[in-house]
Ligand binder design. Structure first.
Ligand code: ZN
Length: 209
C-alpha cells in the first residue's frame, strides 16, 4: 500500500529512499574524530582512541530504523471477532531528537479498536522501535505510529500516547531534569467519540497513576 498516511510524511519517505543503503561506519568514525578535534580534544589520547568506533556502532543501532520498513511488522494479522479496545501500556522506547542528536526516552501506550483484524501484541512494540530508531521529534513519531496502525490494520480507531524525557531539555539549555513531554494522536473513533476516548484514558491512567 503506497497511498497510506504514513508514506506522505516526510521523514518516512526519506527513510524509504535511504533504505537501500546502510550506515557508513567509517564516515561516522571520521566525523566523530573531527568533532573531538573541533572542541579542543586530542582524539588520539588513550581514553578517546576507541570513541569514534563506539559512537559509530551506537549510531548504527540508534538509527537502524532508517533501514527498516515499519509496515512489515503489521503484515501478519489474525481474523478475530473481538471488537473492544486493545491496549498495550508502558512500551519502553528510546529515540534520538533530530534537533540536537540527543536521546529522548520514555513510554508509549498504544490502543486500537479492531475491525475484524488483530495483530500480535509484540508487533506493536516492534513498530515503536522501528519508528523510534531514526532522527525524530516526539510529535511526529506519535503521528507516524498512529497513521501507520490506522492504515495497516484498517482499525476503527487508534490512539497513541507517548511520554518522554528529553536529554536536550535536561542536560543543556533550560535544564529541567524532571520534565516529561506527553504527546497524543487520536484517529477514527478515539478522535470522533469523546466517550470512547475517555474510556481509554481511564484504562491508561485510571488504575496505577
Ligand atoms: Zn532536542
Amino acid at each position: 500500500m503506497e497511498a497510506n498516511g504514513i508514506s506522505r510524511r516526510s521523514s518516512l519517505k526519506k527513510s524509504k529512499a535511504l533504505s537501500a543503503s546502510t550506515v557508513d561506519l567509517a564516515r561516522i568514525r571520521a566525523a566523530v574524530r573531527e568533532i573531538l578535534a573541533a572542541v579542543g580534544e586530542d582524539p588520539d589520547r588513550e581514553g578517546l582512541r576507541e570513541t569514534p568506533d563506539r559512537v559509530a556502532r551506537m549510531y548504527a543501532e540508534m538509527f537502524s530504523g532508517l533501514h527498516d520498513d515499519p509496515r512489515k511488522h503489521l503484515q501478519r494479522t489474525f481474523t478475530q471477532k473481538y471488537d473492544e479496545v486493545v491496549l498495550v501500556r508502558d512500551i519502553e522506547f528510546s529515540s534520538m531528537c533530530e534537533h540536537h542528536l540527543l536521546p529522548f526516552s520514555g513510554r508509549a501506550h498504544i490502543a486500537y479498536l479492531p475491525a475484524g483484524k488483530v495483530v500480535g501484541l509484540s508487533k506493536l512494540a516492534r513498530v515503536i522501535d522501528s519508528i523510534a530508531r531514526r532522527p525524530q521529534i516526539q510529535e511526529q513519531m506519535t503521528e507516524q505510529v498512529a497513521d501507520l496502525l490506522m492504515t495497516e490494520l484498517g482499525a476503527k480507531g487508534v490512539a497513541v500516547i507517548l511520554e518522554a524525557s528529553h536529554s536536550c531539555m535536561t542536560v543543556r539549555g533550560i535544564r529541567k531534569p524532571t520534565s516529561i513531554t506527553t504527546t497524543s494522536a487520536m484517529r477514527g473513533l478515539f478522535r470522533e467519540n469523546s466517550a470512547t476516548r475517555m474510556e481509554l484514558m481511564a484504562l491508561i491512567y485510571g488504575r496505577s497513576h
